[in-house]
Design a protein around this ligand. Structure first.
Ligand code: HEC
Ligand code: HEC
Ligand code: HEC
Length: 204
């Protein structure tokens, strides 16, 4: 039996429940008949054409003019979640060349190559936040100072806040890859140092 009076177990239970709730409310499992039975889960359709995506007005004239995402994305590097495009690799391989500034076609990003490691208590690998991959798309002011104080360790970040759409969740799950079982390791990418196992022979 798992003892939920134990603080750690209770914490994990709350975390799992809050993640599941967020995934359901994000529509990850919305279509499935039984959210906890993987065998019964119907794979939700993704990247639907604009007429069917529930975002665009199906009756609007412009909606039919829009290129369907499946067609637009067909040439890009694939990923395992979200809209199933690895945008960072697609950019790196030159499959897309987005404008950095809406008005100035010549504006170039200032890329800052600084990784911030956030240590995570427990068994999950530590989180590496990479400035480089973010500043390829974003301006410093998109995050500093409103979302994050620019000082290592000055911000309190938790999975709960991310799933509630705060901190990293201001973008991840909305305009950047979401939190799903397939993306944990994209953020939690730095394995913990292995603890030394001292082997001692049992006395006979
Ligand atoms: C997508 C969000 C995001 C963007 C964009 C971003 N940063 Fe950061 N930045 C962070 C996070 C997260 C941290 C870590 C804060 C923490 O550990 O509490 C951080 C930390 C920093 C730090 C502190 C480093 C240290 O060692 O204390 C500086 C300085 C900084 N950023 C500068 C910049 C500059 C300059 C830019 C633009 C070129 C930029 N950041 C763009 C999210 C961002
Ligand atoms: C968008 C990046 C991102 C993704 C994806 C992500 N995490 Fe996290 N996770 C974080 C950050 C940032 C923290 C806070 C680390 C710290 O303490 O500074 C964190 C913290 C945690 C913690 C420590 C307790 C807590 O709630 O803060 C656990 C456990 C955890 N994550 C599990 C997971 C699991 C399981 C997944 C996949 C379902 C996942 N994470 C996906 C960024 C992410
Ligand atoms: C202002 C928006 C924004 C915020 C806030 C933000 N990200 Fe991101 N992040 C992006 C975008 C955009 C990308 C690139 C598109 C994608 O991969 O989905 C990205 C990509 C990433 C990647 C993938 C890098 C790669 O090499 O593929 C990681 C890891 C990541 N973010 C972690 C984090 C963590 C951890 C936090 C919080 C500390 C965070 N991000 C906060 C927008 C954001």
């Amino acid at each position: 039996m798992i003892n939920f009076n134990n603080f750690k177990n209770r914490f994990v239970l709350i975390l799992v429940i809050s993640m599941a709730t967020a995934m359901i409310s994000n529509g990850v499992y919305a279509e499935s008949p039984n959210t906890f039975n993987r065998l019964m889960k119907k794979k939700p359709e993704h990247n639907l054409p604009p007429v069917k995506d529930g975002i665009h007005d199906p009756e609007g004239e412009g909606t039919l003019v829009l290129q369907p995402p499946k067609e637009a994305f067909s040439n890009l590097v694939k990923s395992k979640a979200g809209n199933y495009v690895d945008w960072v690799k697609s950019l790196k391989q030159g499959k897309i060349s987005p404008r950095y500034d809406r008005l100035d076609p010549k504006a170039k990003p200032i890329i800052m190559d600084l990784n911030i490691v956030r240590e995570v208590k427990g068994s999950m690998p530590d989180v590496v936040y990479p400035h480089a991959q973010h500043t390829e798309w974003l301006d410093c002011s998109n995050c500093h100072p409103a979302i994050f104080i620019p000082q290592k360790g000055a911000n309190q970040i938790s999975m709960a806040s991310i799933l509630l759409g705060q901190k990293c969740g201001v973008c991840h799950g909305k305009v950047a890859f979401p939190v799903t079982a397939k993306t944990c390791r994209t953020c939690h990418s730095k394995p913990k140092k292995k603890r030394k196992v001292v082997k001692t022979k049992a006395k006979k």
